[in-house]
Design a protein around this ligand. Structure first.
Ligand SMILES: C[S@@+](CC[C@H](N)C(=O)[O-])C[C@H]1O[C@@H](n2cnc3c(N)ncnc32)[C@H](O)[C@@H]1O
Ligand SMILES: [Zn+2]
Length: 368
């Protein structure tokens, strides 16, 4: 056992050579960014009560209590070793008898099936899918979900089984926007679970990072909001020949390629810009940069310059130059947190690739 610090919290964790679910109690220091952003989100949303339903060491719940202004946290884990460690960590932080915490050793589904909380934070190993229905039931105002099974986009039948929508893969190739496709497949599942309980899951912030997706949403019992979200579900078509994508039906791509498609998935906005902007203002430098990129993203499905340049036989143009050219033509064009080599824009495929060709040509000439 060793004592370490994350954010403003000191806590005990087990020493381990390898991060895996085989650890006596799980802790992954790489998920610090997830917890930093969760702390900011709870703070800006002024959440008072959270159920950290899979607490492990308790670090997330402790950070909510100490850094977010959250008044009460219900810690839970089915692993008895984890429960012992949570209690030890609460003692270390002087919170054990504070009246602000509750610790239980229950199966997550059972706990979520028997109680309701202002906010539920669900952070399982791998897929959240088996717990979503109970989490949607137990969440009164907010639901936070982590998914670490991001490789799901590589396997259409696995994604169909877990999330009800098959992803898109052809001969081992994925669409250039696959990180966002995977995120939207999981997000759609979360929304549908909420719909089935007459609730809307309104995205506050959803992002992909390394091997995980994270979803923060408001829960609203409102038929109007449910309809608004449901109207934003649709299909995405993709041509693996040229990298074109579109949303309304069309039997062949203008290039002659036969498109693949998937859906229905949610195609609407995945963040509340005002909230994310406020979060970024309170964040440390690194997280601020990340959040300010997310806050400016808008249109679904980014274009990846590397993938498209390869398909079109172009030299990869500089991203900033493509963005500037699109803006000068009246489009919105921004960087995306999903990929360092991609652009999000309201320009369609033809308009976008025209800009790419122009920038690529100019850059070749200046350098040649
Ligand atoms: C990914 S870890 C949670 C990490 C933690 N939230 C953090 O930020 O460090 C998942 C935890 O869920 C617990 N767990 C797995 N299945 C569970 C279940 N059905 N009910 C309750 N806890 C469960 C595991 O024991 C493990 O501690
Ligand atoms: Zn095509």
């Amino acid at each position: 056992m060793k004592k370490i610090r994350e954010g403003s919290v000191e806590f005990f964790t087990f020493e381990s050579e390898r991060i895996s679910s085989e650890m006596p109690v799980f802790y992954n220091p790489e998920m610090k960014i997830n917890r930093n952003i969760s702390v900011l989100c709870a703070k800006i949303l002024e959440i008072r009560e959270i159920c950290d339903v899979m607490s492990a060491t308790g670090i997330m719940g402790l950070r909510y209590l100490i850094e977010s202004g959250v008044e009460r946290v219900w810690f839970n884990d089915k692993n008895p070793e984890a429960v012992r460690l949570i209690i030890k960590n609460l003692e270390l932080n002087g919170l054990r008898n504070s009246g602000r915490v509750h610790v239980s050793r229950m199966d997550a589904a059972e706990l979520l099936g028997s109680k309701k909380f202002e906010c539920v934070d669900l952070d399982p190993f791998g897929t959240p899918s088996p717990f979503l229905s109970q989490a949607a039931r137990a969440a009164k105002k907010y639901l936070f979900v982590t998914a670490t099974d991001t490789s799901i986009v590589s396997y259409p039948s696995a994604s169909l089984k877990k999330y009800g929508v098959s992803s898109m893969v052809r001969g081992g190739e994925k669409p250039d926007f696959f990180a966002e496709l995977g995120l939207r497949i999981v997000l759609s599942r979360i929304m549908l679970e909420c719909f089935s309980q007459d609730k809307a899951f309104l995205p506050v912030l959803c992002f992909a990072k390394r091997h995980f997706y994270r979803f923060f949403g408001r829960i609203k019992k409102s038929p109007g909001k449910i309809s608004e979200l449901a109207e934003k579900f649709g299909y995405v078509f993709y041509c693996f020949e040229c990298g074109n994508r579109w949303f309304d039906e069309l039997s062949v791509c203008p290039c002659g390629g036969k498109p693949c498609y998937t859906g229905p998935i949610y195609l609407g906005s995945i963040c509340e810009r005002d909230i994310v902007r406020k979060m970024s203002e309170s964040a440390c430098d690194k997280d601020r940069e990340f959040l300010s990129v997310v806050a400016r993203e808008e249109h679904p499905f980014y274009y990846d310059l590397h993938v498209l340049s390869k398909k079109l036989g172009l030299r990869v143009p500089k991203r900033d130059a493509v963005i500037r050219l699109l803006e000068s033509r009246g489009f919105t064009a921004v960087k995306t947190h999903f990929s360092p080599t991609a652009v999000k824009t309201d320009a369609d495929y033809r308009e976008f690739t025209e800009a790419m060709r122009e920038v690529s040509g100019n850059e070749s000439r200046t350098e040649g």
